[in-house]
Design a protein around this ligand. Structure first.
Ligand SMILES: *Cc1c(COP(=O)(O)O)cnc(C)c1O
Length: 373
């Protein structure tokens, strides 16, 4: 008989990459609570609370505010596959990996995808959107990433939302690395549809994708001419489980929902404004300390994302070797550059529970020692 492998016991890491971030102990504990059924009255009550907590987090009153089973990309796909029908025109803004992914998903929905491109590390300018929308007929939606995790850009949204609405189109926002770390005001900013993920600034394990759609977006979903291509992500069916009917669609990932409840509860306890301020302060501290070491930022000045800091790798430094030493000797994970930024940029996440003063000092001292600065 082959021997069973040993029980898997990973080391404790300090997660300062593009996600997952570290989880507070009580979030991990919540996952080890006893299993109950997905239609158990206790679970239904938990679902109610999850929706209320998510509405607090998104700063919205939207009824359709739920966690989708799956990671952030499932949230992206849910929004696009429900809002778009074959032949619709969608404008997608691309200035990094996740804008590219949005365009890819929209294309797979059968949409006619028009892109607005900006260089990596730069924001999308509102005027570019205005021009593009003026040149097109009947654009169903405009997709944009608020926090581009591949480049460290914090995209301003308010002016863009106004422009999109002036052209009678809807705005879809990727808030995967912004929600719970920087301001996201869904109702005040009049965002029509939004998605996020649990493992970035919510500091919950990966596996759920909170989404919210306003009534305008839900009207589009309700008035579709064709069936949603994805059975699993069809909001008209998922909505019947989360709504008053409680009709079985797919088994909710029970333990993940426990974890999300605790993560959201902790966010409410801290308060959104205080949490955003903590992320801002710790990113400023990181910037100061890196500046002292002569390390500079890669993204456009004035638009640095506090939750994901893209920094230029100093010259003559072995990218992979430094990251390996950080992990092996200091237990710290940071992210490598992606795509156009591969080998040029390190990505330092200060997300959720990982956004702590002591982590900033630990990382910068470790870099100082490894790079002999
Ligand atoms: C991480 C991320 C995603 C994808 O989320 P997964 O959980 O990896 O599926 C989408 N958009 C942005 C901006 C991200 O940072």
């Amino acid at each position: 008989m082959p021997q069973a492998p040993r029980c898997f016991t990973p080391d404790n890491r300090i997660l300062l990459g593009p996600g997952p971030s570290n989880c507070p102990p009580s979030v991990l504990q919540a996952m080890s609570s006893p299993m109950i059924g997905h239609l158990d009255p206790q679970f239904l009550k938990l679902m109610e609370e999850i929706q209320q907590l998510l509405r607090y987090l998104f700063q919205t009153r939207n009824l359709m505010t739920i966690p989708i089973s799956g990671t952030g990309s499932a949230g992206m796909e849910t929004c696009l596959v429900n809002l778009l029908e074959p032949g619709d025109t969608a404008v997608i803004c691309r200035n990094g990996v996740f804008g590219n992914r949005m365009a890819d998903v929209a294309e797979r929905c059968g949409a006619n995808v028009v892109t607005i491109d900006a260089p990596w590390g730069q924001i999308i300018e509102p005027i570019a959107i205005n021009k593009k929308l003026a040149s097109l007929h009947k654009v169903k939606l405009v997709g944009i990433v608020q926090a581009e995790t591949s480049t460290g850009i914090h995209q301003p949204l308010q002016e863009i939302v106004k422009i999109v609405h002036e052209h009678d189109s809807m705005i879809l926002v990727d808030a995967v690395t912004s929600l719970g770390g920087v301001d996201v005001k869904m109702d005040k900013w009049e965002i029509d549809a939004i998605y996020s993920g649990t493992q970035k600034c919510l500091s919950c394990p990966p596996g759920l994708a909170p989404i919210s759609l306003n009534e305008r977006a839900m009207d589009v979903v309700r008035n579709r001419k064709t069936k949603v291509q994805s059975w699993y992500l069809d909001l008209s069916m998922i909505g019947k489980y989360w709504g008053s009917e409680r009709v079985y669609h797919h088994t909710a990932p029970i333990s993940m929902i426990y974890a999300l409840h605790e993560a959201l509860r902790l966010i409410m306890e801290e308060g959104i404004d205080a949490r955003v301020e903590r992320h801002r302060q710790n990113a400023l501290l990181l910037k100061e300390r890196l500046h002292e070491l002569g390390i500079s930022f890669a993204a456009q000045e004035g638009f640095h994302l506090p939750t994901l800091n893209a920094i230029a790798i100093p010259e003559d430094v072995d990218d992979a070797a430094v990251r390996k030493t950080l992990l092996d000797e200091y237990g710290i994970e940071i992210g490598a550059g992606l795509g156009e930024f591969k080998g040029k940029v390190w990505r330092i996440g200060l997300m959720g529970f990982s956004s702590q003063k002591r982590n900033v000092f630990l990382l910068t001292e470790a870099l100082k020692a490894i790079l002999h600065l």
